[in-house]
Design a protein around this ligand. Structure first.
Ligand SMILES: Cc1cc2nc3c(=O)[nH]c(=O)nc-3n(C[C@H](O)[C@H](O)[C@H](O)COP(=O)(O)OP(=O)(O)OC[C@H]3O[C@@H](n4cnc5c(N)ncnc54)[C@H](O)[C@@H]3O)c2cc1C
Length: 396
């Protein structure tokens, strides 16, 4: 969209489109840096789409250097959430256990080695040690375990709300229930955002619209290659004599699980797995019976006791997936003042805050501590997509 801004309307120093973890993080860190009035537009409610449905696992076993460094920074942020993320984000450092079978032995060794090279404390556990750590697990097909003792999970909605609330005194202005409907340009420069409540003049726009980032880009003639997957989680009652359990990722059986509140376990299908294609506008939020069965099969194989536990429902939500499963972040070449920040697929919750912090530096013309240029929108055209040890179609 190209046009003039509404005379007399209040100028924003930046407008962030989308109130999930990515938009909230960008807005938080921009405001914290003293950027000025930062308006955060959210067409529904904060964390109402992918973010609020995230399993919110905070772990560091990524295989390429940029994602590893960002995950390491994320862990530090969640460990220090009151100082660095605006409040208690419900982070529980119960440990993260990766079960490695024969097929993924080489990938597991690579992960161990690269985590250690990046200064992270990870432990290689024998099957007996895994059994001691997580007694409810049946360990058929497991060759060894990788334990990240500091990792765990957080509360995604609380994290998003904290980031927003804490930055209000610095100039963050959340506008929940207000949709962006266009971006105004003057020549190739951003000059405003059209909303369903009028125009906001601004020279900086961050598109953090998650599943709808392609639509926002299309207002400016940008074309992103994005796919969406319908991703489900279910809840089962946690038996009273269950004992302690870390977050468990099981790439052999392709599922993950973790404690949820005090009384239940949350579980979903894990990587590597197929995309469940969906139109973001048509995504049914209910857990369907077939998906329930597909999650229960590996879950009950790994923890037989849960097959006798009460099913407590579940839901479906969205992954937004780029061609290399890594987010698209940074200035859009040829469009002054327009920044991309979306495509978190299955790891965008933990990566949102550290990327938001780095993007705020970039917007302010500073070099971020972690160089996020490998995520630049033009990397596919440049022939420089990101890779990972888990191979094609994975999440990190
Ligand atoms: C089932 C599931 C489990 C997951 N588990 C994990 C995990 O364990 N760990 C992890 O790190 N990640 C996990 N993820 C991934 C993570 O949740 C996502 O990558 C992340 O939440 C994406 O955040 P976002 O801000 O980009 O998108 P969203 O949270 O979808 O936010 C985008 C927002 O933009 C708003 N919006 C769109 N268009 C407009 C507009 N025109 N105007 C105003 N607002 C607009 C939308 O309403 C939405 O609220 C999981 C995801 C799912 C679905």
């Amino acid at each position: 969209m190209s046009g003039a801004t509404t005379p007399g309307s209040k100028t924003a120093d930046a407008v962030v489109i989308g109130g999930g973890i990515m938009g909230a993080s960008a807005a938080h860190f921009l405001a914290k840096k003293g950027f000025g009035r930062v308006v955060l537009l959210e067409k529904g409610r904060l964390a109402g789409v992918s973010t609020g449905h995230s399993a919110a696992i905070i772990r560091t076993y990524y295989s390429n250097p940029i994602t590893l460094e960002l995950a390491k920074r994320a862990l530090h942020m969640f460990e220090n959430d009151r100082d660095l993320l605006g409040g208690d984000c419900g982070f529980r450092a119960i440990g993260f256990l990766l079960l490695i079978g024969e097929r993924l032995r080489a990938a597991g060794e690579h992960i161990l080695e690269s985590e250690r090279r990046h200064g992270l404390h990870v432990e290689r556990l024998t099957v007996d040690e895994v059994a001691d750590l997580a007694p409810p697990l049946s360990l058929d097909g497991v060759s060894y375990g990788i334990l990240e003792p500091r990792s765990g999970y957080a509360d995604p909605t609380r994290t998003t709300e904290n980031l927003v609330a804490a930055a209000r005194p610095w100039g963050l202005e959340p506008r929940a229930g207000v949709a962006a409907t266009g971006v105004h340009l003057h020549g190739n420069r951003v000059v405003g955002v059209e909303t369903d409540e009028g125009t906001i003049p601004t020279n900086v726009v961050v598109s953090a619209a998650g599943p709808w980032a392609g639509r926002v880009g299309s207002w400016l003639g940008l074309k992103y290659s994005l796919r969406w997957s319908r991703e489900s989680d279910l809840f089962v009652e946690r038996p009273s004599d269950f004992g302690a359990l870390p977050v468990v990722s099981d790439p052999g059986l392709r599922c993950y699980l973790r404690p949820y509140r005090d009384d239940r376990i949350i579980a979903g299908l894990g990587a590597p797995k197929d995309i469940e294609p969906v139109d973001p506008d048509e995504c049914d939020p209910a857990l369907d019976p077939q998906m329930r069965e597909r999650i229960e099969r590996p879950l009950f194989e790994r923890i037989p006791a849960l097959s006798r536990a009460r099913h407590l429902g579940g839901y479906a939500s969205l992954y937004t997936i780029t061609d290399d499963w890594h987010p698209i972040v940074g200035p859009e070449p040829g469009l002054e003042g327009y920044y991309a920040f979306f495509g978190g697929s299955g790891h965008g919750f933990k990566l949102g805050p550290p990327i938001g912090e780095a993007l705020a530096d970039v917007i302010c013309g500073e070099a971020p501590t972690i160089d996020i240029s490998p995520f630049r929108p033009g990397r596919f055209i440049d022939g420089e997509p990101l890779a990972s040890s888990w191979g094609e179609g994975n999440r990190g």
